[in-house]
Ligand binder design. Structure first.
Ligand code: HEM
Length: 554
């Protein structure tokens, strides 16, 4: 699959080998020139079409098979190419090649997405956004598969199918398709209070990003950096847009959905075409292993952030998106991200959500992309060379040159393990050595039990107008729920977050006001509020976009 390469053009050069230009001679897939593509071969002027018309059969057969399954979540997305460059070597923490050589521009492909909607759904809905990055590093592909919200709804991947079934349209009538509230989602919330922190973010304007160019991204889980000596450091990843973080407001969202369902997709495409290349700063929060237990939450719990006041975000590098794909299906649709794709220097933790994700992505792609060779599709190919004895399967692209296909072997000269066997260990992935012991048991750790403190921290960090938008979002969404007890129970959870919020939502829904349960927790965190975004306030932007077709955002 080629030699190792060193800058952002490497992926481009690899892709160039697969480009197919449109010629002026129409042919069949077998390369036979076609005389006429408007009339099928038939008997006489008005007779039946003949089976021997191979051009007709091939053309219609190919059309009949154009659709592949859409992603089971994050079906609607938009992608772009670019490059990533680290500011200074992070060798103290990680041996990852692309994070230790500041002269290196690593090629990337980023796919932004909504979560719940189908492939053809509108861009501007109240939803989480995906922010998935594939780094084509010299040591193999590294995928940072994140979202624009730094926490998740659930703590354990085993709940993911239930969660997604509750979020998606109801099974009997496929309603509602938009992200307007429905009983199944709020039923899941009331029964699973671990959702409360993420639900606060979802009801905020963070769930209505104005542009993919103005949206943060988060790796969510605590991952692990590993340096050349094998020392581990916990790490959380943050993407921060150079343009600042900006949202729409609900009225805009509704109007834009009708006027231009491709609003975010178009914005990204057009900005890149006119040379306004979106940029994002990658930041990390680093926690030494010795401090693993020094927080009042569990670092392995994906419903928790590490407050930036406790562990500042250190900027480490910059991502620039500078080229649109040539073909949506070939690139944006066929790209396959997986949290399990890591390179030497980056490793997992025992976060139970992350562990499940590592299985799920590869598993679903076997179906979505038609078998085990989908990593040979051009967009998924690493620029690092691939050598192994994995063989055959549907759609095998490689013509392997060897008389043997097992490792180790003493017959072929090019045995893939011969490098390691002769002691050449550079760039080898070594799983982090960790001592783990305990009973085999189906039980969530008691350290994952606090579901409200960080939800309260988020609420307390909001400015007055942000709080108003959140309250209005709860009223709108819960206002569409039919079953009264579901609304009451959600309000009951809100009482654990903030008494005033719960009371106002209860009043607005015509429900009895709940007793405020806890109001003394979760100090405000300035880093959480969009009101602290470096550029002008979103309230000003709202007026600009509604009144004057604002185009100055960039
Ligand atoms: C797709 C993020 C949790 C299963 C995606 C995508 C993103 C994402 C960004 C779209 C990738 C693309 O653009 O192609 C996240 C985040 C999570 C999370 C940040 C929590 C922290 C989970 C869990 C599961 C899961 C717990 C399963 C147990 C999937 C599947 C896809 C997907 C099956 C479709 C992949 C494909 O068809 O290629 N996720 N996800 N996700 N996610 Fe997740």
């Amino acid at each position: 699959l080629g030699d190792p390469v060193t800058n952002e053009n490497d992926k481009q050069q690899q892709l160039d080998r697969y480009r197919v230009e449109q010629g002026d001679r129409l042919t069949t897939d077998q390369g036979v020139r076609v005389e006429d593509t408007d009339n099928s071969l038939a008997v006489g002027d008005r007779g039946p079409t003949l089976l021997e018309d191979f051009h007709f059969r091939e053309k219609v057969m190919r059309f009949d098979h154009e659709r592949i399954p859409e992603r089971v979540v994050h079906a609607r997305g938009s992608g772009a190419y670019g490059f990533f460059q680290v500011h200074e070597s992070l060798e103290e923490y990680t041996c990852a090649d692309f994070l230790t050589d500041p002269s290196l521009r690593t090629p990337v492909f980023v796919r932004f997405s909504t979560v719940a909607g189908s492939r053809g759904s509108a861009d501007t809905v109240r939803d989480v956004r995906g922010f998935a990055t594939k780094f084509y590093t010299r040591e193999g592909n590294y995928d940072l598969v994140g979202n624009n919200i730094p926490v998740f709804f659930i703590q354990d991947a085993v709940k993911f199918p239930d969660f997604v079934h509750a979020v998606k349209p109801e099974p009997h009538n496929e309603i509602p398709q938009a992200q307007s509230a429905h009983d199944t989602f709020w039923d899941f919330v009331q029964l699973q209070p671990e959702t409360m922190h993420m639900v606060m973010w979802l009801m905020s304007d963070r769930a209505l990003p104005r542009s993919f160019r103005m949206m943060q991204g988060f790796g969510v889980h605590t991952f692990r950096f590993v340096n050349a000596e094998g020392r581990g450091t916990f790490v959380k990843f943050h993407w921060k847009p150079v343009l600042g973080t900006h949202s729409l407001v609900w009225d805009e969202v509704l109007r834009i959905q009708g006027n231009d369902p491709d609003f975010n997709r178009r914005d990204l495409w057009e900005a890149i075409e006119r040379g306004d290349h979106p940029e994002y700063e990658l930041g990390v929060q680093l926690v030494p292993e010795s401090e693993e237990h020094s927080f009042d939450f569990d670092l392995l719990d994906p419903t928790k952030i590490i407050p930036e006041e406790d562990v500042p975000v250190r900027p480490i590098g910059r991502l620039t998106l500078d080229r649109n794909p040539d073909n949506f299906f070939a690139e944006t649709e066929q790209i396959a991200f997986c949290t399990g794709n890591v390179v030497p220097g980056i490793d997992f933790t025992n976060d139970p959500l992350l562990q499940g994700r590592n299985f799920s992505y590869l598993d679903t792609q076997l179906l979505r992309l038609g078998g085990p060779n989908f990593m040979q599709i051009p967009i998924n190919r690493p620029v690092a060379p691939v050598h192994n004895d994995q063989r055959d399967g549907f759609h095998q692209d490689a013509i392997h040159q060897s008389r043997t296909s097992y490792t180790k072997n003493s017959i072929s000269e090019g045995c893939p393990m011969s490098g390691v066997l002769s002691g050449r260990m550079e760039g080898v992935f070594r799983h982090y050595t960790e001592r783990v012991e305990g009973e085999k048991i189906r039980r969530r750790s008691p350290s994952f039990e606090d579901h409200y403190s960080q939800a309260a921290l988020f609420w307390n960090s909001m400015s007055d107008w942000e709080k108003r938008h959140i309250t209005e979002a709860f009223l709108f969404e819960l206002g569409h729920v039919e079953r009264r007890y579901i609304k009451e129970n959600v309000v009951g959870h809100l009482a654990h977050v903030d008494g005033d919020l719960a009371a106002e939502v209860a009043r607005g829904l015509g429900l009895p006001e709940p007793q405020a349960v806890r109001t003394d927790h979760g100090k405000a965190s300035p880093a959480l509020s969009q009101a602290n975004a470096p550029r002008e306030s979103i309230a000003t932007r709202k007026i600009a976009i509604l009144v004057a077709d604002d185009t100055d955002a960039d």
